[in-house]
Design a protein around this ligand. Structure first.
Ligand code: FE
Ligand code: FE
Ligand code: ZN
Length: 170
């Protein structure tokens, strides 16, 4: 495979992420509204702010690469978000809906972790500037942290009952 071809893969992945983040920023306010647990609301709110910053990082990367994102729509995230909103709307009890929300949100995070992980390794292999790799890694770290926070909320700790437990009791 030629370097040019590999570069195309990298740009495709970045464009996909750009579309994914835009869709996520549009959907997160609905997820925040649907959440009842205050901590869950906070995690989603702070991830909304992070996601807006992640879009800016991608724009910076495109600038550094002297490229533009293609108009393609990330169908993966489109499907994950649609499935998530259908799933959440099946539950009217707040604790159950929160548990469903966490599960839906974690699917989004895993898609992003996979995509940013691949984009980072492609950037590394292509010998991209440190700056580009750092931007990708900063976002990758935020996605992993968001996922961990969601797991913690679902599972709880010795100090607090997790949302899963609350959903089971209600
Ligand atoms: Fe993101
Ligand atoms: Fe995609
Ligand atoms: Zn995310």
């Amino acid at each position: 495979m030629s370097q040019e071809e590999f570069n195309k893969i990298f740009l495709h992945e970045l464009s996909d992420l750009y579309s994914a983040e835009e869709q996520i920023v549009e959907e997160l306010p609905n997820m925040i509204k649907a959440a009842s647990n205050e901590e869950l609301k906070e995690v989603l709110k702070s991830h909304l702010q992070e996601s807006k910053m992640q879009i800016k990082r991608l724009e910076q990367i495109f600038l550094l690469l002297d490229a533009k994102p293609s108009k393609k729509v990330c169908m993966g995230i489109k499907g994950i978000l649609k499935e998530g909103s259908n799933f959440i709307s099946e539950f009217s009890k707040s604790n159950s809906r929160d548990a469903a929300l966490i599960s839906a949100a974690q699917k989004v995070e895993h898609y992003e972790i996979a995509s940013y992980g691949s984009a980072y390794s492609h950037a590394d292999y292509l010998g991209c500037d440190r700056e580009i790799k750092n931007l990708l890694n900063d976002t990758l770290t935020e996605e992993k942290d968001a996922n961990k926070k969601l797991s913690k909320l679902a599972e709880g700790s010795i100090f607090s009952a997790g949302i899963n437990k609350l959903a089971c009791k209600s």
